[in-house]
Ligand binder design. Structure first.
Ligand SMILES: Nc1nc2c(c(=O)[nH]1)N[C@H]1C(S)=C(S)[C@@H](COP(=O)(O)OP(=O)(O)OC[C@H]3O[C@@H](n4cnc5c(N)ncnc54)[C@H](O)[C@@H]3O)O[C@H]1N2
Ligand code: MOO
Length: 401
């Protein structure tokens, strides 16, 4: 049976970066840059003072002990037009452009001022407290590469580079349909045998956190004609996800239901727990992922397969984020042939190490344990028994995914 990494590779091979769109800088945090961003100006745009004080000619103060004549004042935003001559200086403030003729700043704490006479006993070297033109970045320099998820820090950098908007990849639109005769909207009056649809609200939240636009489709009943309607609901979306109906029961019809309207199945069933009945394929050009019905399996498969696919669509280089390391909090038995993703709590010891402790019960219908978990502990197929204190690999599920 297909391994988790082979399955993910096959899904990634079937998805491609989305086209770019332009958004206002204020809306760009969390989006992925679609093109390199070159600075429209140098920062700072001229030599400027790093301190409040006096712009001086360092040569006047090379031996210490001098009195200079203050002939001008340069508040930030109001550069001095005249050249400062020998024995002269200009009042200056942090961020002000250095007047022509000056090359250093005497901080005001080291100056005695009497009218226009400014006296210091300090020797000042050229360049003291001057921020040179382009010290941060030069005009034309690429300050943000393509394919970076923009942070608040990047927004500041783009703004300093004088960009009011940026080009980002379009958010992936992901259609989600739950299947199952037993499912009703949360809050419904539930008759015997009926349950609330928990998976698709959870997945929509997860996808939105990951930067996608979830498109909620109606719940589909377990029959071929309901499934066939899916084909008509996916215009304009970039990926289709279903939950449930993926297993071997006689009412698990998703694969056959979609194949009748053109689904080309790439694989079905993988060596994973939870998540064994995962399906993947294409409906026309639309990537399709059929998630298992058990809500925890649907969540874990979304983290392991859908989020990397979304990262590839967003144009990020590293579609698959490497797992983190943690210390195992309990002994674990030898694993069988399926790769395990164990819901676990995450705590920290006094040395700053994170300790991952899998919950003793891992039934993939138990959402309460999923909600109380901070991480998934990864167990390779056929992993030997592990002891508390051994290192293990984890995926965090408590952060902005
Ligand atoms: N004989 C076998 N039975 C099962 C196998 C197997 O290999 N052989 N696999 C098991 C595994 S593993 C899983 S996972 C489930 C997945 O099966 P399906 O994808 O067909 O899921 P359903 O039967 O439709 O539902 C399973 C379970 O989850 C509940 N469910 C479904 N959708 C939702 C939803 N949107 N919100 C909340 N709960 C949902 C559903 O009511 C069922 O209880 O199959 C095992 N069986
Ligand atoms: O994939 Mo199933 O989740 O093991 O119950």
């Amino acid at each position: 049976m297909l391994s988790v990494s082979e399955a993910r590779e096959r899904i990634l091979q079937g998805v491609f970066p989305l086209p770019a769109e332009v958004v206002a800088l204020t809306d760009a945090c969390g989006r992925v840059s679609a093109a390199p961003l070159a600075a429209r100006l140098s920062n700072p745009p001229a030599d400027v003072s790093a301190m409040d004080g006096y712009a001086v000619r360092a040569a006047d103060l090379s031996t210490g002990g001098a009195t200079l004549e203050c002939v001008a004042e340069a508040p930030a935003g109001h550069p001095v037009a005249t050249t400062i001559g020998l024995g002269q200086c200009a009042r200056i403030f942090t961020g002000s452009v250095m007047p022509a003729g000056t090359d250093a700043v005497l901080i005001q704490e080291n100056a005695q001022v009497d009218g226009r006479a400014v006296t210091t006993g300090h020797v000042i070297a050229p360049g003291t407290f001057v921020r040179c033109r382009g010290q941060d970045f030069a005009q034309g320099q690429v300050v943000i590469p393509a394919g970076r998820r923009l942070s608040a820090r990047d927004i500041g950098l783009a703004a300093a580079a004088n960009h009011p908007w940026v080009e980002v990849t379009r958010r992936p639109r992901v259609a989600i349909a739950a299947t199952g005769d037993e499912l009703l909207l949360p809050g419904s009056t539930l008759a015997a045998g009926q349950i609330a649809n928990s998976s698709t609200p959870m997945l929509a939240a997860l996808l939105r956190q990951a930067g996608a636009e979830p498109v909620m489709l109606p719940v589909l009943r377990d029959n071929m004609s309901d499934l066939a309607t899916l084909e008509r609901m996916v215009d304009g979306v970039d990926m289709l996800i279903t939950t449930g109906g993926a297993s071997v029961g006689s009412h698990d019809l998703v694969r056959r239901g979609l194949e009748q309207v053109g689904l080309k199945t790439d694989f079905w069933k993988i060596a994973m727990r939870p998540g064994r009945p995962l399906m993947s394929g294409h409906l026309g050009r639309l990537p399709f992922i059929g998630l298992p019905g058990n809500p925890v399996a649907a969540f874990v498969c979304t983290v392991v397969f859908v989020l990397p696919a979304l990262r590839r669509m967003a144009g990020l280089d590293n579609a698959v984020e490497p797992p983190q390391r943690a210390v195992l909090g309990v002994d674990l038995p030898e694993n069988d042939w399926r790769m395990d993703f164990l819901r676990s709590s995450l705590t920290h010891d006094g040395q700053g190490q994170q300790i991952a402790t899998p919950f003793p019960v891992q039934d993939s219908a138990m959402l309460h344990i999923l909600a109380d978990s901070q991480a998934l502990v990864l167990r390779a197929p056929h992993a030997p028994p592990a002891r508390a204190g051994d290192m293990c690999e984890i995926i965090r599920i408590d952060q902005g995914l």
